[in-house]
Structures are given as structure tokens and as C-alpha cells.
Design a protein around this ligand. Structure first.
Ligand code: GN1
Ligand code: CA
Length: 130
């Protein structure tokens, strides 16, 4: 496997590309889809740890969209790239639909790597994966 093109990073069987500009979840996913990719899905602690180390290397100082969402049915989370949900890494108390908001999209806290559900209209940086 080779992740050709600028700013693609290889890990395991996938290629990852971080973006520093902030978009809604849907707009971010749209950018990924233009490249034949999708928002990143995370299958394991190994992959999670690699993403964290890579975020901490100064790539972002903002929370980051991942592909997880429960837009289809509240409380049932799925990955936008259709991977099964085999691993989760929620922050304590999450997901919580905070204060009754529809928090249907999931961000990764850049400080801890933990996951939090937030409104899909929030603006975040993002990682594409293919
Ligand atoms: C709160 O504290 P902050 O902004 O990182 C909330 C999250 C919500 C988020 C909405 C512990 O996170 O659940 O999604 O606001 N955290 C807690 O912006 O309630
Ligand atoms: Ca939340």
C-alpha cells in the first residue's frame, strides 16, 4: 500500500489525511468524499493511539471530526464509512446529547483523544481516511 499524494500518512492498511480548517461534520465529510475517502473510522486502541500521537505532533489545536454519528437513530452510533462499531473511546459521561441538544456527530478531543458527541453543525478540523 502506498498513500500517494501530499499529506497522506500510512498506518496499517489505511491512508490518513489531516485537515486544519474547520467545517461542519457534513462539509468535512464532503471534502473527504471528493478524494474517494471518508471521515476517519477507528477500529482499535492501536489505531486510536496512533491518531493521538499524530494529533499531538502539532497538527491541530482544535477538536477533530471522526466519522461516528447517530443521525440514523438516536443512541445507535455508526461509522460513515460503514465499518462496524467494534471499538469506542468516549470521554467520561459521553455520549450525552448535552442539555437536550441533538448531538449526532462525534468529535475527538485533541487534548485527550477521547470522543464526545456534539451538534453536527459545530465547526471542527477533521481527518479523512481511505
Ligand atoms: C461540553 O465542556 P465541553 O465544552 O468540552 C459537554 C459535552 C457537550 C459539549 C457541547 C462534560 O463539553 O458533552 O457535547 O459541551 N461536556 C460535559 O459543546 O457535559
Ligand atoms: Ca456530548
Amino acid at each position: 500500500l502506498s498513500c500517494s499524494g501530499p499529506d497522506w500518512y500510512e498506518f496499517g492498511e489505511f491512508c490518513y489525511k489531516p485537515y486544519g480548517d474547520k467545517k461542519t461534520w457534513h462539509a468535512a465529510r464532503g471534502e473527504c468524499r471528493k478524494l474517494g475517502a471518508d471521515l476517519v473510522s477507528i477500529q482499535s486502541m492501536t489505531e486510536q493511539s496512533w491518531l493521538e500521537s499524530y494529533l499531538y505532533m502539532g497538527k491541530t489545536t482544535n477538536d477533530v471530526w471522526i466519522g461516528l454519528n447517530d443521525m440514523g437513530f438516536s443512541g445507535l452510533f455508526s461509522w460513515s464509512d460503514n465499518h462496524w462499531v467494534t471499538f469506542t473511546y468516549w470521554a467520561p459521561g459521553e455520549p450525552n446529547n448535552h442539555q437536550g441538544f441533538n448531538e449526532d456527530c462525534v468529535e475527538m478531543f485533541y487534548q485527550t483523544g477521547r470522543w464526545n458527541d456534539v451538534p453536527c453543525t459545530e465547526l471542527n478540523t477533521y481527518i479523512c481516511c481511505k
